[in-house]
Structures are given as structure tokens and as C-alpha cells.
Design a protein. Structure first.
Length: 133
């Protein structure tokens, strides 16, 4: 019984494929005013109101889908930006720590160099008594 079903399905598929090739061949061989072109035009005219109705019914579902996708994209963007923010906070902290470190080193060096400098003492010969009032 299952073999009959499989054979019937294959035969039906073969007939549908043969019919579609036959219709395509006839379509391209006939003139623009032929019966296949007229049938296609009347089917298309009949389908326009149905297409508009389907679009109206599908619009809320499409909007809901877009809203959900936008929400998921926003969540992913927030996570990405939080990672970037953390990386930049670490970089800023490292840079500030480095500046503090170099500032401390520079202050130490300045103190050492100031300690090495001997204070300027006037020579005795340059000291002259000033006038007395």
C-alpha cells in the first residue's frame, strides 16, 4: 500500500513538471494577445484585491517581527558598547596611572637635582657695605 502511494506521488510530480514545461513552451510561442496571456492577465486582475487584503492582514505581524528584531539588535548593541566602555575605562586608568607614575618619578628627580645644586652664596668680595643713612 505504501509503495502505491510513492508511485502515485512520483507520477503526479512528473505530470506537474511536464505540464509546467508545456505551458512555458506555449507561453513563449504564442503572440501577446493569445489565450494564455489573456488568462494570465485575468488571474492577475482577480488577485490584486486578494493581495491587498493579505498585505493588510500581514502588516501587524510584520511590524511585530521588526520590533522584536530591533529589540534584539539594541540589546546586542548595548552589550557591545558596554565591552568597549570597559576596555576604554581600563585604558584610561592605565594612562592615568602611567601619568601619575611618571609624575612621581619626575618629582623625585627634581628633588634630587635640587639637592645636588649648591645654594648660591655671595662671595665676600662682592659684598660691599651699603651707605648708611
Amino acid at each position: 500500500m505504501t509503495i502505491d502511494r510513492v508511485i502515485r506521488r512520483r507520477i503526479l510530480l512528473g505530470l506537474l513538471i511536464a505540464a509546467s514545461f508545456g505551458l512555458l513552451t506555449a507561453w513563449y510561442r504564442e503572440v501577446d494577445d493569445g489565450p494564455l496571456h489573456r488568462a494570465q492577465g485575468s488571474v492577475a486582475d482577480a488577485a490584486v484585491p486578494l493581495s491587498a487584503a493579505v498585505q493588510r492582514v500581514a502588516r501587524p505581524f510584520r511590524d511585530l517581527w521588526e520590533w522584536g528584531r530591533g529589540l534584539a539588535n539594541a540589546r546586542d548593541e548595548v552589550q557591545r558598547l558596554q565591552k568597549v566602555n570597559q576596555q576604554q575605562a581600563v585604558e584610561v586608568a592605565d594612562a592615568q596611572g602611567g601619568l601619575l607614575w611618571t609624575g612621581a618619578i619626575m618629582r623625585k628627580r627634581a628633588r634630587r637635582s635640587l639637592m645636588r645644586i649648591k645654594p648660591i652664596r655671595p662671595r665676600p668680595e662682592t659684598l660691599r657695605p651699603t651707605r648708611r643713612p
